[in-house]
Design a protein around this ligand. Structure first.
Ligand code: SF4
Ligand code: SF4
Length: 139
């Protein structure tokens, strides 16, 4: 018997895909237990979902392949906070606002500002403090 695993994901639904019963199929056709943490539909009717899926690895892989056929983007970190790497100037302003060190400077010579999604707890403290609007949240 295969071991069950849990994966946290963020799904981004383009406007035309919002109506499709994708979660229903994940449960019914791929035997997954789905736990939705957050859901949002923007004024443009794009949809974001942050969820856990629990099931055997093979079922999860097949389910994600199915999800991708709907032109849905999958963020495997499951985080709603993103940094636009093209807009970030590494000014360092956000670093002091981040309580977990997800935004940090590891190399004192280059002063490059790292964004570690794994360390982000989505507290939103950094959203709005970036002078270059490089940090954004789906929620
Ligand atoms: S405040 Fe904005 S531009 Fe400055 S380091 Fe942070 S994300 Fe980059
Ligand atoms: S949302 Fe909070 S934890 Fe995540 S990067 Fe921003 S300040 Fe840090």
């Amino acid at each position: 018997m295969s071991e069950t695993v849990t994966k946290k994901l963020m799904l981004f639904f383009p406007r035309c895909e919002c109506e499709k019963p994708i979660i229903y199929h994940l449960v019914k056709d791929y035997n997954l237990v789905v736990n939705v943490y957050r859901a949002k539909v923007t004024p443009e009717e794009e949809g974001y979902l942050v969820l856990d899926v629990t099931g055997v690895e093979e079922d999860i892989e097949q389910a994600l392949a199915f999800v991708k056929t709907f032109n849905v983007s999958i963020n495997y970190s499951g985080k709603g906070v993103t940094r636009d790497e093209n807009s970030c100037t590494h000014c360092g302003h956000c670093v002091t606002h981040c309580p977990t060190g997800a935004l940090r400077i590891d190399d004192k010579m280059t002063r490059e500002v790292i964004y570690s999604e794994a360390d982000c707890i989505e507290c939103m403290a950094c959203i709005g403090v970036c002078p270059f609007d490089a940090l954004a949240s789906a929620f």
